[in-house]
Design a protein around this ligand. Structure first.
Ligand code: URA
Length: 437
């Protein structure tokens, strides 16, 4: 019996190299034992290559992430039989192939769960935000999915923590290190991160071999929509609002929940002075699970800072809590929500407003204005002055920050940006005035 050592649980490169070499050297599956860790086997026995159907390579790339200890040998056996000339795909039902398919499906479902369940905690790191998420996967899906997530968000510092290990992205390099066994709540995760992050980040290493992200990119949704996990919100968030956020995670009040990754509820402190309402989460918000973290959020943050408004003092949400988009190739293109979608989601906006009782509701753009005022609004005509909603709530209409991003002419863009900062200044003054009453 020959023992083959792989570098880690998802050592796809190592497994492929060894498998190719040993199969070409005629080494039968029953003479091999597979293990993890220590000095990895250098398999240069056979030279050359052989063809494997793409479908089987993709299946293997998923199944190698399964937690079953016999997966390496099982996959070797399938590749061996192909090399012996057996027609595995499209032939009679095969027990080993069926097992591998089951493993691949379980890994897909787990990867999906990881992307939809994980909520991120924003922590400060040298003046910028790092998003830290914790997740307990059933399989070894961390490395491959961390690769996909950071490819999607190259500009965000991210840490994805699991009991098996953690992946850290600092906008340049993906590194892996030790994880965290259990997390009681977001407070425990924050405390652990604050105590350990320097050591963890220093000890993390690059270069964990994982199945190619390409092969995994289009992971279909499993048909069952498992209940969503706990929502990590602002540290000072209202517990009742937190319960509502958990409830909204399963919302099916309109069809937009179906293609979206997750409900993006609002966030901010329980004693927020103002409630800022946008339109709907964008591509990045949909994946991260937090409102206004993408380009629109960045320009909004900058303008707020210039106006002297602290984003941490306000609650930020959207009129519609699911991302509405059309798929064009790999890109998801934003689509404006329809009135019935805004009306269906008004339920959650009202929940947020009832819990927060804000002094002022800021409606950014047409969809937010429609939700807050219950009618269609021409922003250019009604922006920039205090108003009352039909129920008496103090509101203020302004442009949506994405509008600023879309203006092609630089001078016009600068002018509109200044006007937005002026509106935010007026909002700050209104909040202060309400404070004195
Ligand atoms: N645009 C919005 O309206 N909301 C977000 O959360 C992000 C972009």
């Amino acid at each position: 019996m020959q023992t083959i050592v792989l570098r880690n649980e998802t050592d796809w490169d190592g497994w492929r190299r060894v498998t190719r070499g040993l199969i070409l050297a005629g080494v039968a599956p029953q003479t091999l034992a597979w293990t993890i860790g220590g000095e990895a086997t250098d398999a240069t026995a056979g030279s050359g290559s052989f063809q494997v159907p793409r479908e089987l390579v993709s299946l293997a790339a998923l199944a190698i992430q399964a937690r079953e200890a016999d997966r390496f040998g099982l996959l070797y056996g399938l590749f061996w039989r192909l090399h012996q000339g057996e027609k595995l795909l499209g032939g009679d039902p095969d027990r080993d192939l069926a097992t591998v398919r089951r493993m691949a499906l379980a890994v897909r479902a787990d990867a999906h769960r990881m992307r939809t369940h994980m909520r991120y905690l924003a922590v400060q790191e040298g003046g910028a935000a790092r998003f830290v998420g914790w997740f307990e996967p059933a399989h070894f899906v961390l490395a491959a999915n961390a690769q996909l997530i950071v490819r999607r968000f190259p500009d965000l510092a991210l840490s994805i923590v699991t009991p098996d290990g953690a992946a850290h992205w600092d906008r340049r390099e993906l590194r892996f290190g030790s994880g965290l066994r259990q997390v009681a709540d977001d407070g425990a995760l924050r405390a652990w991160w604050e105590a350990e992050h320097e050591t963890l980040l220093r000890a993390a290493v690059p270069g964990v071999s994982v199945p190619e992200a390409e092969a995994l990119d289009e992971i279909p949704r499993p048909p069952d929509r498992a209940p969503l996990g706990p929502v990590v919100l602002h540290p000072k968030s209202d517990p009742a609002l937190r319960d509502s956020a958990n409830e909204a995670a399963g919302c099916q009040r309109c069809p937009l929940y179906e293609p979206a990754t997750q409900t993006v509820f609002g966030e901010g402190p329980a004693d927020a002075v103002a409630l800022f309402v946008g339109e709907q989460p964008g591509d990045q918000e949909d994946t991260i699970g937090r409102p206004f973290v993408g380009p629109a959020g960045q320009i909004m943050d900058r303008a707020m800072e210039e106006a002297g408004l602290d984003r941490r003092m306000v609650y930020v949400t959207n009129a519609v809590k699911h991302f509405k988009f059309s798929q064009r190739g790999k890109r998801r293109i934003h689509q404006t929500p329809e009135v019935p979608e805004i009306q269906a989601c008004k339920f959650w906006l009202d929940v947020e407003r009832v819990h927060l009782r804000p002094r002022l509701v800021v409606l950014m753009g047409g969809s937010a204005a429609r939700a807050g005022l219950g009618r269609s609004v021409t922003i250019s005509r009604e922006r920039g002055r205090p108003m009352r909603a039909p129920d008496g709530q103090a509101v203020f209409v302004t442009v949506h920050p994405s509008y600023l991003l879309r203006i092609p002419d630089a001078a016009a863009k600068a002018r509109e940006y200044e006007a937005f900062v002026r509106d935010l200044g007026a909002i700050k003054a209104l909040i202060a005035a309400e404070d004195r009453v």
